[in-house]
Ligand binder design. Structure first.
Ligand SMILES: [Zn+2]
Ligand SMILES: [Zn+2]
Length: 300
């Protein structure tokens, strides 16, 4: 009898516990919390969770439009020393808090057969097939882009468009791997490029390819770790080798990006792109043919 009473009590106890657990959910009022990935107290309106109690890393505010947010991690700040490598005759760089604005007149500081023959920088073609050279001569343009000083990888990558996708250290714009809407760069067109990997287009002179290994080429990255330029998502583009290892990186993502230190970052690691060490068409190596891993900013 004693044993039975004990069992009954146990049962009652278990039932009470069960009801108590169920009761727990009743008085709770769920509210929406927003992820604060950059820890500034402001939350990302695009990443939220409903919960009774404030989850770790979430806040009630949802006004942070540039939170590291979503599923990505911080990519590090762009080392300002990198901008010393830009051609100061063409490019001006201004730092304004968490933004960097790069402006260029598009005129590169190297020789090319695309300069007017009256220019000091004009040379006869050394690499370009003269018959395949595009019409027109180098003229002043205007390229301006404002990027975050600490660009972040976006939740999803973005395809590049026609026109400038970045600004090279020389001042001329960087284009992608297309010569028109969905028209991939052909070997034939590429054969008209100068040793710098550039040619004229309707909007002016621009690069598609890595430069050639010729003695006239003194400033452009060629199978090395030199800086090529900055792309419109704010990430720097380096040559085929990385200063961190003095070799071709083996840990690149589909866009040629990885996180490491470079010659500009004083040991700090940050996300940057490399020219991918592969022939794109024939013997030509494309500067950037992938998707942007960050958020593209318009180059005006
Ligand atoms: Zn082109
Ligand atoms: Zn690298």
């Amino acid at each position: 009898m004693k044993y039975l009473t004990f069992s009954a009590l146990l049962l009652l106890g278990a039932a009470t516990l069960f009801w108590a657990c169920n009761d727990d959910e009743d008085p709770c009022t769920e509210t929406t919390w927003y992820e604060d990935a950059d820890g500034d107290g402001l939350g990302n309106p695009d990443v939220s969770e409903s919960a009774c109690e404030q989850p770790d890393g979430y806040v009630a505010d949802n006004s942070d439009t540039d939170d590291a947010g979503d599923t990505t991690s911080s990519a590090g700040s762009t080392p300002t020393a990198a901008f010393d490598d830009f051609n100061s005759d063409a490019v001006s760089v201004s730092f304004d808090g968490d933004e960097i604005t790069i402006t260029s007149n598009g005129l590169p500081n190297h020789t090319s057969p695309y300069w007017d023959s009256s220019s000091d920088l004009y040379i006869d073609p050394v690499v370009a097939n003269a018959d395949q050279m595009s019409p027109g001569t180098l003229r002043e343009g205007s390229y301006t882009v404002t990027v975050p000083a600490s660009p972040k990888k976006a939740a999803s990558s973005s395809a590049t468009g026609l026109g400038a996708i970045g600004i090279a250290i020389t001042g001329a714009p960087i284009f992608n791997d297309e010569e028109g809407p969905n028209v991939a760069l052909s070997e034939n067109v590429a054969s008209g490029f100068d040793y710098a990997g550039g040619h004229m287009g309707p909007t002016g002179y621009h690069y598609h390819l890595e430069s050639s290994d010729v003695e006239e080429n003194t400033i452009l990255s060629q199978d090395d770790e030199r800086l090529v330029g900055i792309l419109q998502d704010g990430f720097l583009l380096y040559g085929r080798k990385c200063n961190a290892t003095n070799a071709y990186p083996t840990d690149l993502d589909a866009s040629g990006g990885h996180t490491s230190a470079t010659q500009h970052s004083d040991g700090d690691e940050f996300y940057h792109y490399h020219i991918i060490n592969e022939f794109y068409t024939g013997s030509y190596i494309i500067l950037f043919g992938g998707d942007l891993q960050g958020t593209p900013n318009t180059i005006f």
